[in-house]
Design a protein around this ligand. Structure first.
Ligand SMILES: [Zn+2]
Ligand SMILES: [Zn+2]
Length: 252
């Protein structure tokens, strides 16, 4: 199986799984994996590591933006099979253990079923394991404050709202921002293309999700790697402004 791997910079790859993205950062022989796709994306996830000349054994840690099943899908598999740590923001750790689940419910999706793209997306999400129970047995909070001592030296950036403990990852040296679901560039259930927030039903707290866009406005970078949608090239600050503008015009 081949994976849809796009090299976006030296040692940085954006991979498009089935309706969700993950990122591979490499430095020499070592790698950091950011997010792991849906449970059903596992073969593609492993294929993507092989395609960039890496392997699960070379992954020093798995970083998770947030514990939704389209990002957490293979985290426990990788942890238990290869022993690498799975790190998230401390507020997201209990979510990854599934002490609670802040994810759009099937009922809410059905209520929104009249919206363009929602039902086909839902069928696809369920087929990809979107409703599967995928807890991580021992997820860990970031071991240090500031940049992590991992390939790419990613710096976690708390961006709550989509979930309580959502974190983006900033690589200031490479001008890269991995934004997860706090700032995306497209989704099968959204008509708009380009930088935007996901449709409202996907956020745990919509108002905080809008507020977190200000955090992105403060990040230096010109390469945005979102959890959904294509890579966006151009100042991340402007991408965040554009998303905020869109969110505002939707409210008015
Ligand atoms: Zn999400
Ligand atoms: Zn997502």
């Amino acid at each position: 199986m081949r994976a849809d791997v796009q090299q976006v910079a030296d040692g940085a790859y954006l991979v498009h799984g089935n309706n969700t993205n993950w990122v591979i950062l490499t430095e020499g022989d070592a790698a950091t994996l950011v997010d792991t796709g849906y449970p059903g994306d596992r073969q593609q996830l492993l294929a993507s590591l092989a395609e960039v000349g890496s392997s699960p054994e070379a992954v020093e840690a798995v970083l998770i933006t947030h514990a939704h099943s389209d990002h957490l899908g293979s985290a426990e598999y990788l942890r238990s099979a290869y022993g690498m740590p799975v790190y998230l923001h401390e507020a997201e750790v209990p979510h990854a253990r599934r002490e609670f689940l802040h994810q759009v419910s099937v009922g809410t999706v059905l209520k929104n079923g009249w919206r363009p793209g929602v039902l086909p997306w839902a069928v696809h999400a369920i087929r990809s394991g979107g409703t599967a129970h995928v807890p991580v047995a021992c997820p860990q909070p970031f071991p240090v404050a500031g940049p992590l001592d991992l390939p790419g030296r990613p710096m976690p950036v708390p961006t709550p709202g989509h979930t309580d403990g959502h974190a983006a990852y900033h690589l200031p040296d490479r001008g890269i921002v991995i934004s997860g679901d706090a700032l995306v560039t497209g989704h099968p259930t959204a008509r708009a293309k380009g930088p935007q927030l996901l449709p409202d039903m996907f956020h745990h707290e919509q108002t905080r999700a809008v507020a977190s866009l200000e955090v992105f406005e403060g990040l230096e970078g010109d390469l945005l790697l979102p959890g959904h949608g294509p890579v966006h090239r151009g100042p991340v600050r402007e991408a965040a402004l554009q998303a905020r503008e869109r969110a505002r015009s939707k409210v008015e």
